[in-house]
Design a protein around this ligand. Sequence first.
Ligand SMILES: Cc1cc2nc3c(=O)[nH]c(=O)nc-3n(C[C@H](O)[C@H](O)[C@H](O)COP(=O)(O)OP(=O)(O)OC[C@H]3O[C@@H](n4cnc5c(N)ncnc54)[C@H](O)[C@@H]3O)c2cc1C
Length: 596
Amino acid sequence: MNMHQFEVLVVGAGGAGLMAALYASRNAHTAVLSKLYPTRSHTGTAQGGVGAALGNIEEDHPEWHTYDSVKGSDYLGDQDAIEFMCSEAVDAVYELEHMGLPFSRTPDGRIAQRPFGGHTNNRTGKPVRRACYAADRTGHMILQTLYQQCIKNRVNFFDEFHVIDLLVNEGVAVGVVALELATGELHVFHGKAIIFATGGHGRIFDITSNAYAYTGDGVAITLRKGIPAEDMEFFQFHPTGIFKLGILITEGVRGEGGVLINGKGERFMGKYAPTVKDLASRDVISRAMHIEMQEGRDIDGKRYLHLDVRPETVNKYAAEDDRTNPDGTPYQVTGEEILKKLPDIIDFCRTYLGVDPVTQPMPVQPTAHYAMGGIPTNKFGEVVIDENNTVMPGLYAAGECACVSVHGANRLGTNSLLDLIVFGKHAGIKAAEYANQVKFVPLPEDATGFSRQQLDAILNSSGSERIADIASEMKTVMNDYVGVFRTEDGMKRALEVVRQLKGRFKNVRVDDHGKIYNTDLLNAWELSNLLDLAEITATCALERKESRGAHARDDYPKRDDNNWLKHSLAWTRNGDVEIRYKPVVITKFQPKERVY
Ligand SMILES: Cc1cc2nc3c(=O)[nH]c(=O)nc-3n(C[C@H](O)[C@H](O)[C@H](O)COP(=O)(O)OP(=O)(O)OC[C@H]3O[C@@H](n4cnc5c(N)ncnc54)[C@H](O)[C@@H]3O)c2cc1C
C-alpha cells in the first residue's frame, strides 16, 4: 500500500492551492497533490488582471470595490466576506509584487491599472482603473511566481496525482485517495487538514473558455461525502469568447477601449447600460448580446457579434465618451499600443482565426466562463455543511471550487484572481493552525474501497456507450437550455436528458484497460463528475423562480428579494437532489435595483 502522511494536504496547484500551500507550509508539514503539472493549472490562462483599489492612477477605495462587488453580485454575495476580500486586496497585490511578480508599470514605476467591467468610481458612476495586470497574462505570472515561492519554501509536490476520494472518519476529514497517473496505483494520503482548490466545472457546457481539466472534481467528490454545494444555479457566461471555439478574449480589450458592434454596425451597449456601456457587468452584457442576436442584429445570420479594438474605432468612441487619460488629455491609442497591451489576445486571434485585431474586428459570442457556486465555506476557508454554517473539522476549500460567497449571482472581472490570493492565503493559515492543535485522526477502514469501486465500475463495464457521445449531449443541452437565458421547459428538458445520460453512463466503455497513464479511465471518471454537477445546476436553476445575476429566466424576469434573497444548498441524497436555503449576509448595503 502506498501510504503518505502530511499535516496539511492541498488538492490543486492553481493560484488558490499554491497560495494556501505557501502559507500552510510556513507552520505545518504540507503537500500539494495535482492532477496537472502545477504550472498547467487554469489560473495560468487568466488574462486581464487582479482587482485591488491601489488608487495608483486615479482615486479609488476598498469601500468602492466592496460596493461594486456587492452590486455586481446582484446582492447575493455575503457582504462581510466581500468587505474582507476588498480590504485585504491592496496588501495581497503588493505581496505578489514583493514576491517578484512582473506587473506592467506606469511611467513612474508603479503597478499599472486598467478599467474592467462593473468597477466604478462610486461618485461619478464612471469606470475606474482598478485591475492590476501583467500585460494580458496576469494569471500566468501569478502562477509562476507562486510556484517558485512554493519550491523555495520546500512544499512537497505530488504532480499528476489524480484525487478520487475524500476520506472522512466520524465527521472529520482525515485524508484523500489519489491515483498516480504514471503507475495507475492508488495512494492514500493521511492528513490533519485537507484543502480543496480544484478549480471550476465549465466543461458541463459546450461553448466554454475553460480548460479540459475543468471537470468539477472537488465539488463532485465532496457531494459524494454528504457535503452540500452552494449556489450552483449561478454560472457566468463571459460576453467575449471566440466564435465557436469559446476561447476567451479578455474584458481588458474593452478596458483598453474596445467596443461591441452588432450586424448593423451599431455600438449597442449604450441602450442597455447608458453610463458604463461596454464595461457593464458580464451578465448584463451577455444578455444584451443574446437579445441583439435573437432580434436579428447578428453578423451575417451567424450567432456572433463583433468586438472591435481597431485604433480608429477605439479613438472614435473614446472621443464620444469623453474618455481622458489620467492627466486629462483625450484618450487615444495607436496600433502599437494595442499590440503592447494585449499581445496574447492578438496572437490567439491571428493563430486561431486568421484575424488581426489591430486591423479587423473579432467575431465573439458569450462563453461559459466561471462557476460562482461551489463548496460552501466561511471567510477563513473552513467548509460549512448546513444552513447554520456548521464547520466540518479538518476540511477547507478555496478558489473557484469554493463558494465563500464573494461573487454571489455574478462575479466581477478580476475578482477571481483576488479571491484566490486572499482566501487561498487564509485557508492555508487556518489549516496549519488547526493542524498544530489536533492529533491525526485514524483513517477509516478500507480507505481505498470507494475509489476502487468507482474506477472498477468503469473498467469492468461491458456496455457500449462512448464518453464523447455522452459528454457532447450533456454539453449541448446545458448550453442551449441552462445558458444565458433559461425557460422552464428548457431547464426541464435539460434535466431529463442529463438524468438519462447518467443512466447511460453506467454502460460507458473505455478502451484502455492498462495502468500506465490511463487517461481514458480518468476522463470517464471526470465525466461522471460533470454529469452530477450538470444535474445539480439544472435542478437549482429550475427551483429558483426569479432572475438574478447570471440566472435569467423568461417566466420570472425580475429579481425577487422577498422570496429569493437566499443562497441555495444542494445535496445529493439517494440519487436525488435535495435543496435547502440559507440567508445572505447583509451588512451595509440594502438591495436596490442595479443600474449601470
Ligand atoms: C481563460 C480564462 C481567463 C480568466 N481571466 C481572469 C482574469 O483576468 N481575472 C480574474 O480574476 N479571473 C480570471 N479567470 C478566472 C480565474 O482564472 C479562475 O477562476 C482561477 O484561476 C481558478 O483558480 P483555482 O486555483 O481555483 O483553480 P485552477 O487554477 O484551475 O487550479 C485547479 C487545480 O486543481 C487541480 N485538480 C483539479 N482536480 C483535481 C483532482 N481530482 N486531483 C488532483 N488535482 C486536481 C488541477 O491540477 C489544478 O492544479 C479566468 C478564467 C479563464 C478560464
